[in-house]
Design a protein around this ligand. Structure first.
Ligand code: ATP
Ligand code: MG
Length: 723
């Protein structure tokens, strides 16, 4: 073992090595991006195990994303001849889920409890609001969702929240009723996972002592982004004598909006009597220009704990800046560059396109599909959020937990089986009257509604002893879902085919899941579908470009990175302007984005962008201005005009052929709109078309409205009719 000990430490610099070899006391490693924090943390686990200082089961390691925990496990396997799958390495949510599954009785949960994702949670809240007659104009469901989440993340139950005014009191009522409903239905939301687990450990002394005895070493990556409840959870597990090893970077704190608290770092020093704070200042990730840009940007923030980053690498290339006329052009530019880099030998998985908001991925996906670039969207919950997948999961959920009212409501009449809105209302009333779940009420109601209960029960008994993929297969066939889409004809046929492909993809996901996991039960799979949403949408293992939000990119690194949508209002986000410290948080986010790149960095923005059905004309991001000019290389001519006609004058090259002269304006299809035509719009009223560009789903039209003035509208959303 002595030999492997040396191997483990040999690649590290003296500070990193000191951190890995720290005695079993609590410690904080405070260090900038790319300085080896995660590497140190992983190496420390290997070091402790290989030197017999702890057994693999005595380690608890918290990572920020599922992707990060998989990577950590893979690295550990490479360093140690042990099976890392059974180790307690995961996200806060993942680890809490595991604890609650193991002790579901003590936690007062059904064995097969299901997890609500954000949209499930919203429908659950809406049902509660309806039952309590709460006006959803005065109390937007999304606001209530935030209210509930925020309080739970502070460790507060409904009865512990202070009510200053009638408005808040009403919100607390909904909060309480929502929690009761969840309990009745056997479901938990994301923040409940943590709170429930925390309460379990704090109330149950025996269990707490058992785990305190077990986890001698607790290691936390990205510590700056833990919220107060997570911190208390860690404190509880650490007890009096276990070692908490935390690594973090205050400059990368990007979850304050969700209650994360950098102050945790100060608390840690105090609560755990930390004597040694180790700083790591050498960056091993990025070339000099990239690091200089990141350092220059973050130096504008106030209240930093202060560390300098340097690199022994050479300067490398300048940062490439591209200004596009429209978001579509920006996306095409990115797709072209990706193909170009790929031809030069950079693997697709070594490249990432980052954006501030999920909504931006649509244009990017469009261009990538057109250019034939395979990609995977991370963290966007794309796959598991698709309608047909949610339907299929709802059936599967009902098999394991018939009390799940959300799921029942989703599929009781999908595919249509003649159960109308009135029957569903009756069903809900009956459930309320007898204080039962919908499923129980349905069993008594008779007719088609009871037929649905029979269908679920039939499927349950038919699949009781089947392996997971066969369960999924059976449910897709017998629920009628597959047939429903297969029978689609006419205009919907194409869309239906996509849905069928996705359902088959779900089957693949189940097969892969069995292959990769020890616990391959249906419950485990459903948990995975909620907790790891979006991480298995493309074939696993294939080379694909990464598409993700900047938040999701934390901790990762790539050869080449595109930061897209660098526009004022988008990044920095509009919301940040009204919040105290909001701009600083956006700047830290930009710092995270910049420091993901090892070798090449693209910064792109568009003059006009279609978001939420509206064309917006934006200014270049102030963050771009904050980067030293000498580090930037402009790939596009700088455009000054910001009128729509400016992008007629500068048409981008067509996809895949950078050498072609500017493409002429796309012709408007026969039978489509023409200049001078009189039109009618639902909101803006009557007007006359004065400009056109593009066609199909990308088409835009300029209309001079009688009362609303001149506007550019996206044809796909504007729903114009001719007047
Ligand atoms: P972030 O703040 O972005 O999470 P980090 O501090 O966790 O970054 P790592 O991801 O651990 O940094 O390391 C960044 C890169 O530098 C990795 O590719 C890692 O393998 C490499 N690296 C770290 N330390 C060394 C070293 N001593 N020698 C060579 N490469 C190193
Ligand atoms: Mg890291």
């Amino acid at each position: 073992l002595q030999g492997s000990k040396m191997d483990l430490l040999s690649g590290l610099n003296p500070e990193q090595r000191a951190a890995v070899e720290l005695p079993a006391r609590s410690a904080l490693i405070l260090a900038g991006a790319g300085s080896g924090k995660t590497r140190v943390l992983t190496t420390r686990i290997a070091y402790l195990i290989s030197n017999g200082l702890v057994s693999p089961s005595g380690v608890l390691a918290v990572t920020f994303t599922n992707k990060a925990s998989k990577e950590m496990q893979a690295r550990l396997s490479a360093m140690l001849p042990i099976n890392t799958r059974s180790m307690w390495i995961g996200t806060f949510h993942g680890l809490c889920n595991r604890l609650l599954r193991a002790h579901y009785r003590e936690a007062n949960l059904p064995q097969t409890f299901q997890i609500l994702d954000s949209s499930d949670q919203q429908s659950a809240i809406k049902r509660v609001m309806k039952a309590l007659n709460v006006d959803d104009e005065k109390y937007p469901p999304r606001e209530l969702q935030n209210f509930i989440g925020r309080n739970k993340e502070q460790g507060l139950r409904a009865h512990e929240v202070e009510a200053y005014d009638p408005y808040t009191r009403r919100k607390i009522e909904v909060f309480a009723a929502y929690d009761e409903q969840c309990q009745r239905e056997g479901v938990v939301d994301f923040s409940e996972l943590l709170l429930r687990c925390y309460e379990l450990l704090s109330r149950n002394q025996q269990l707490r002592e058992h785990y305190q005895e077990r986890f001698k070493h607790i290691l936390v990556d990205e510590f700056q982004d833990t919220n107060p409840l997570q911190y208390r959870w860690l404190k509880l597990l650490a007890g009096q004598s276990n070692a908490l090893f935390a690594v973090g970077d205050d400059d990368q704190s990007i979850y304050a909006f969700r209650g994360a608290n950098v102050g945790n770092m100060q608390e840690l020093l105090r609560d755990f009597h930390v004597e040694n704070v180790i700083k790591l200042e050498q960056n091993y990730r990025s070339h000099g220009n990239i690091l200089d840009a990141a350092n220059a940007l973050i130096s504008r923030n106030r209240n930093r704990l202060g560390k300098e980053l340097w690199t022994a690498e050479h300067k490398g290339e300048p940062l490439r800046v591209y200004e596009a006329p429209t978001d579509m052009d920006e996306a095409r530019f990115i797709a072209d560059e990706v193909r170009h880099l790929h031809r030069e030998g950079v693997a697709l998985s070594e490249m990432a396109v980052l954006y501030r908001s999920n909504a931006q991925s649509r244009a990017l996906e469009h261009a990538l599909v057109a250019a034939g670039v395979s990609y995977r969207v991370y963290g966007g919950q794309r796959f598991y959020e698709r309608q047909e997948i949610k339907h299929a999961l709802a059936y599967l959920r009902l098999l394991v937990n018939q009390d799940d009212d959300n799921s029942l409501l989703r599929v009781i009449n999908f595919p249509t089986r003649g159960i109308g809105a009135r029957s569903i209302e009756q069903l809900q009333e009956s459930a309320k009257q007898y204080n039962t779940t919908l499923f129980d009420a349905a069993a008594r109601m008779g007719g088609k509604v009871t037929g649905f209960v029979g269908l679920i029960e039939e499927m349950r008994s038919a699949t009781a002893n089947l392996p997971l993929p066969e369960i999924v297969d059976h449910v897709l066939a017998h629920s009628g879902l597959m047939a429903n889409y297969q029978n689609e004809t006419g205009a919907k046929k194409h869309e239906a085919q996509e849905r069928i492909d996705n359902l088959n993809e779900l089957l693949n996901a189940a097969t892969l899941f069995v292959h990769e996991n020890e616990d391959d039960s249906l419950v485990a799979f459903l948990t995975h579908a909620t907790l790891e949403a979006g991480e298995h949408q493309a074939e696993a293992g294939s080379d694909a470009l990464h598409l993700m939000t900047v938040h999701a990119a934390k901790g990762l690194e790539f050869h080449s990175v595109f930061i897209s949508g660098l526009e004022e209002g988008l990044f920095p986000h509009q919301n940040s302007q009204n919040e105290d410290g909001g701009l600083d948080e956006e700047r830290r986010l930009m710092y995270v984005a910049l420091t993901r790149a090892r070798r090449r960095l693209y910064l792109t923005f568009a003059q006009s962008r279609m978001l939420h059905g509206q064309v917006n004309y934006n200014m270049m991001s102030s963050f771009l201005r904050e980067l030293p000019d000498e580090l930037l290389q402009w790939l596009s001519p700088r455009l000054t005009q910001r009128t729509p006609s400016a992008f007629r004058a500068y048409s981008p090259p067509a996809a895949g052929s950078t050498k072609l002269p500017p493409a002429p304006p796309a012709p408007v299809k026969e039978g489509a709109w023409r200049i001078g035509q009189r039109v009618f719009h639902q909101k803006f009223g009557e007007g006359t078309i004065t400009g056109l560009e593009g066609n199909g789903t990308e088409g835009r039209v300029q209309v001079n409205f009688k009362h609303a003035g001149s506007k550019w509208l996206a044809l796909e959303y504007a729903k114009l009719t001719s007047a």
